[in-house]
Design a protein around this ligand. Sequence first.
Ligand SMILES: [Zn+2]
Length: 86
Amino acid sequence: MNAVISSLDRNYRLCDTRITDSEIILYITSTLEKLCCPYCGTMTGRVHSYHTREIQDLPISDRKTILIVTTRKMKCINPECRHSTF
Ligand SMILES: [Zn+2]
């Protein structure tokens, strides 16, 4: 399944899977350690906070399919940037 996730977007990977009688839950996170601030272009690996988003996808074999995607809010390290987080 990780190959499927990576083929859809190589910047994401499958971390965990939980399968019950009624659901298939896929836990997905980014593979990128650093991101570029969209406001000033500075690369940063400093994480401000983590959030999860739940996305319901089409069912697989009559089981509800849910993607739990962990996203990060990053902190810009450029002291001259007008945006401290993105
Ligand atoms: Zn910035």
